[in-house]
Structures are given as structure tokens and as C-alpha cells.
Design a protein around this ligand. Structure first.
Ligand SMILES: [Zn+2]
Length: 179
């Protein structure tokens, strides 16, 4: 077996940290950030974890040049965890969160899906659906990944999105009508 590359070892080290049942979340978040900063790799793995568990740390260390790579993660950040100062300062984030309906900071977007949602202004049951394509073997997955389960390439995931009906919103509005 060949020697693991630097990318392999950063990835394996990150997995060990994430799956360590005895390490507190705060410590995991700090160590993952350390690996990310040192290796300049694994942005998706590290920030997906941070936005889910320690959103303030995620924003504090957020590199807006990675916004496209993390669009699905950003789309799923809970409204209470948004950092409005950071969002206001970045063009992509202003468009993304205006499209999601959290802020009203732009009137259009060069990204078609964002532009449609901005113009709908939450008046239709529409949202984004994501899929993930391996840049090496071109296999499509319904979930994000750090290592492709088909060809085993690391960090080969490209996220793409399209407009879709918002089933969750249908469901919550139906529930509200019974109150
Ligand atoms: Zn692949």
C-alpha cells in the first residue's frame, strides 16, 4: 500500500476528531479549524461541522471566497445563527440570504436561481435543491461528501443547485391552519 498523502492524513485526522466520543464539541471545532488552517484543505468538512455545531466560530473564521463551495451549508444555517454584519459585507452572501428571505439587501442576482427567488419575495413555495457531482468520476450524489464513495477521490465534490417546490413550507402552513 502506498504511503498516505498529506491530504489523506488531514482527512483521516479530521474523521478521528469528529468521531471521538470523549472530546467536547468546542475542542473538536477548534482542532478541526486548526487542521483547516494548517492544510488549507477540507473547507467543506470543517465548515459543515462548524455551522452545525458552533456557528459563531464558523462565521468568525469564514472565508467568503469559499461561499460557492459551501452554498448548501450556508443555505441551511438557521436564521437565529446568521451573522448579519458578515452577510452585509459580502456580495454572494447578500444575494443568497435575500433569496432565502432572511434579509432584503439586493434587488437581483446574476445567479439565475437566486434571482428568481429574490423576485418571488417568498410569495411562492420555492426553495433550492442540491446535488453533488464528483469532479473526477462525474458520479452524482444526493448528499455532500468529502471522499467520493465511487472513485475515492478526496474533496472532488461540486455542489449544484436548482429550484424546487418547498415541501417543508407546505407542511408547516398546513399545520398552522389547525391552530
Ligand atoms: Zn468520484
Amino acid at each position: 500500500m502506498s504511503k498516505p498523502t498529506e491530504a489523506d492524513s488531514a482527512y483521516l485526522h479530521s474523521l478521528m476528531i469528529m468521531h471521538d466520543a470523549t472530546m467536547p464539541t468546542e475542542e473538536k471545532a477548534k482542532r478541526l479549524l486548526g487542521i483547516y488552517k494548517q492544510s488549507n484543505r477540507l473547507a467543506y468538512l470543517v465548515f459543515e461541522y462548524l455551522f452545525r455545531t458552533k456557528p459563531h466560530l464558523a462565521w468568525e473564521n469564514f472565508d467568503s471566497s469559499k461561499s460557492h463551495l459551501l452554498v448548501d451549508v450556508l443555505w441551511q444555517v438557521q436564521k437565529k445563527d446568521l451573522d448579519l454584519d458578515i452577510i452585509a459585507k459580502n456580495g454572494y452572501l447578500r444575494e443568497l440570504y435575500t433569496a432565502r428571505g432572511d434579509v432584503d439587501l439586493v434587488t437581483n442576482s446574476t445567479i439565475f436561481e437566486f434571482d428568481v427567488l429574490i423576485h418571488l419575495k417568498n410569495k411562492a413555495n420555492a426553495t433550492l435543491a442540491f446535488e453533488y457531482i464528483c469532479n473526477d468520476c462525474k458520479q452524482i450524489f444526493p448528499f455532500g461528501f468529502n471522499r467520493c464513495s465511487n472513485c475515492h477521490a478526496l474533496e472532488s465534490s461540486i455542489v449544484e443547485f436548482s429550484l424546487t417546490k418547498d415541501y417543508h413550507r407546505d407542511f408547516s402552513e398546513e399545520n398552522n391552519s389547525f391552530q
